[in-house]
Design a protein around this ligand. Structure first.
Ligand code: THU
Length: 161
């Protein structure tokens, strides 16, 4: 029997001020975008903004539904928009943040399992890593170099062959 270890490292900026101008702008855009999330049931507003290799910014927010499972997360609504508006364009960085209605938002969230799978598919599709900036409305920012780090032993197209 052998043992394998999975290990990854990521950076933590204590505050948005520690980011370079492009990353800070992206996160700022995402923080503002939480206002338009449609989350009347969870009251947990999530927003994500992608910076593409062609310089375009694409936005996504969570869109809930009275039939709860029909709702979609911010990250997957973003990916649907990118795949439609800029098919096969490289995504350099995605900033993800949230604002609950009556709670503080000062610790990063990270994408749910379904969104990790979806983000990973986009990395594979264009063969390029996506950087993630994860943050609350204030406080520290996690900087993760690739979605691969968040989904070890992932299922992918290679398993279908
Ligand atoms: N949600 C996202 O949009 N992204 C995440 O990374 C975590 C969860 C949404 C789904 C649901 O609308 C609300 O947040 C509460 O789970």
């Amino acid at each position: 029997m052998t043992e394998k270890n999975h290990h990854f490292s990521f950076k933590i900026a204590a505050h948005i001020n520690e980011l370079d101008a492009a990353d800070a702008d992206l996160l700022q855009q995402a923080r503002q975008l939480t206002a338009v999330a449609y989350a009347p049931y969870s009251k947990f507003h999530v927003a994500s903004v992608a910076l593409l290799a062609n310089g375009a910014m694409v936005r996504g927010t969570n869109q809930e539904n009275a039939s709860y499972p029909v709702g979609i997360c911010a990250e997957r609504s973003l990916l649907a928009a990118v795949g439609t508006q800029y098919p096969n364009e490289i995504i350099r960085t995605i900033a993800i943040t949230y604002q609950p209605q009556n709670e503080k938002s000062n610790t990063p969230i990270s994408p749910c399992g379904m969104c990790r799978q979806s983000l990973l598919e986009y990395e594979a599709r264009v063969n390029h890593p996506i950087r993630l900036l994860l943050a609350g409305a204030e406080g520290p920012v996690y900087i993760i170099d690739t979605v691969k780090h968040l989904l070890p032993l992932a299922f992918g197209s290679g398993h279908l062959l």
